[in-house]
Design a protein. Structure first.
Length: 379
C-alpha cells in the first residue's frame, strides 16, 4: 500500500466487482476505506465463482484487500444511524446501487451535505440516473454488449466474444476512482462537495474511443477484429513452426522495413500491395498468408530473438501463470502474495509506483466480515 492518499476516508457501500475495484485502487494508494456490508456480507464473498479460500471466494481478496469491514442492517434504525455517522466522518461516500437506493435510506448527498457541506458523493451504476435503462441491472457482460466492445471483439467466423477480465466492471470502477479523486480535489478547493455519477455503459463507450470516431467515415464498418486490428498491418497473432507470436510492425515504416528484412522478404517493401499501412490493411489476407508461410519455417523463440534484435515489436503470448513468473513482474514486484488460511494468493498491485523504485509495502488481506465493527462503533 502506498501512502499518497493517507488521510482520505471513504465510506464504501459498494459490492460485487465494479465498485470494490474502484475503492480497491484508492485503498492501495493509502485511503482509509470502510466497507459497509449487509449482515450477510458482500455477495462476492461467497459467490461460488472460481476457487475458494477459507470458505470465501478468492476473488473477494482481489478487490477488497486493504479495506475495513463493518456490517450494518440499513433497514434497522440503529444500523442506518451508524451508517450515517460513518458517512459524515468520511470525506467520500461511494455506492454502486441502482439509482434511488441511497435516497431511500437518506444516505444521498442532498441529505448528508446538510450536515457536512464538503462531503463528496460518487455513485457508480450500470446506466446512470437519467437513462431510460437506469433501473436495469448493470452486469459486466451486459454493458460490454451495449457499449460496442463486444461487437468488435472475437472473430467474424465465430462472432462476438466477451472480454474476460471484467472490462465492463473494471472500466466503470477505474472511472469511478478518477471521479472520486477529481471530486475530492474540487471540494478541497471550494469547501463544498458535489454528487457525481459514473455509468458503466458510458465507460465502455468512452473506451471504444476511435472506434466511435471512425464509425461512418470512409465506409468504415464495425466488425470483430480477430487477433489484430483491421486498420493496422502487420499487427496480429501469427503462426510459427510451433507456437503463435504477436507482431506489431506498425506505427512507423522502419518497423515494417525491419520486419520484412528479418523474415527474408525485403522485396515486400516495394510490392505495390504493401507500400504503406493503408494498403497493407486493405490487402491483409494476402499479407497474412505470406507472413504465416515465412514464420512456419522456424520456431517462435527463434523469430522472437531475431525480431527483438532488429527492433521489431514482437512478443510471445503468455499464460497468466507465465505472467506471474515473468522477469518483468518479478523485477517490479508487481504481484503480492497474500497469505489466507495457510494459502498464498497472488494479487496484482496497482501499476503506480514512485519513479525508478520497486513496490515494497506489503498488501493487507481483505477483512473478515464485520472485522472492524467494534473500532468503528467507537469512532
Amino acid at each position: 500500500m502506498l501512502k499518497t492518499l493517507d488521510g482520505l476516508r471513504i465510506a464504501d457501500f459498494s459490492m460485487f466487482v465494479a465498485g470494490p475495484f474502484a475503492t480497491g485502487i484508492l485503498a492501495d494508494l493509502g485511503a482509509d476505506v470502510v466497507k459497509i456490508e449487509p449482515l450477510t456480507g458482500d455477495p462476492l464473498r461467497k459467490n461460488k465463482v472460481g476457487p475458494s479460500v477459507g470458505g470465501q471466494s478468492a476473488q473477494f481478496q482481489t478487490f477488497n484487500h486493504g479495506k475495513k469491514s463493518v456490517t450494518l442492517d440499513l433497514k434497522d434504525k440503529r444500523g442506518l444511524e451508524k451508517a450515517k455517522q460513518i458517512a459524515l466522518n468520511s470525506d467520500v461516500i461511494f455506492d454502486n446501487f441502482r439509482p434511488g437506493v441511497m435516497e431511500k435510506f437518506g444516505l444521498d448527498h442532498l441529505k448528508l451535505a446538510q450536515d457536512k457541506p464538503a462531503l463528496v458523493s460518487i455513485s457508480l451504476s450500470g446506466f446512470g440516473t437519467i437513462s431510460p435503462w437506469s433501473k436495469n441491472p448493470g452486469y459486466d457482460l451486459i454493458v460490454q454488449a451495449l457499449g460496442g466492445g463486444l461487437s468488435i471483439n472475437g472473430h467474424e467466423e465465430t462472432g462476438p466474444a466477451h472480454i474476460p477480465f471484467h472490462l465492463g466492471d473494471t472500466a466503470g470502477g477505474l472511472y469511478a476512482a478518477i471521479a472520486i479523486l477529481a471530486a475530492v480535489q474540487e471540494a478541497q478547493k471550494t469547501g463544498f462537495g458535489r454528487a457525481y455519477e459514473v455509468s458503466m455503459l458510458d465507460s465502455q463507450i468512452h473506451l471504444c474511443g476511435d472506434e466511435v470516431t471512425f464509425s461512418g467515415l470512409d465506409g468504415w464498418k464495425t466488425k470483430p477484429h480477430g487477433s489484430g486490428h483491421p486498420a493496422l498491418a502487420p499487427y496480429a497473432v501469427f503462426e510459427t513452426e510451433d507456437k503463435p507470436i504477436v507482431i506489431a510492425a506498425v506505427g512507423t515504416e522502419k518497423f515494417w522495413l525491419n520486419f520484412v528484412s528479418v523474415i527474408g522478404s525485403a522485396e515486400l517493401a516495394n510490392d505495390k500491395r504493401f507500400t504503406d499501412n493503408s494498403k497493407r490493411a486493405s490487402n491483409m489476407p494476402e499479407l497474412t498468408k505470406i507472413i504465416n508461410k515465412k514464420l512456419s519455417l522456424n520456431k517462435r523463440d527463434f523469430w522472437l530473438q531475431k525480431l527483438v534484435d532488429a527492433d521489431v515489436p514482437a512478443a510471445p503470448i503468455l499464460s497468466i501463470d507465465e505472467v506471474i513468473n515473468s522477469e518483468h513482474v518479478i523485477s517490479q514486484n508487481q504481484i503480492e502474495f497474500i497469505e489466507v488460511e495457510g494459502k498464498k494468493l497472488a494479487v496484482p498491485r496497482i501499476p503506480i509506483k514512485e519513479k525508478g523504485k520497486i513496490q515494497s509495502i506489503n498488501l493487507r488481506a481483505a477483512p473478515e466480515l464485520g472485522e472492524h465493527n467494534d473500532s468503528e462503533n467507537q469512532a
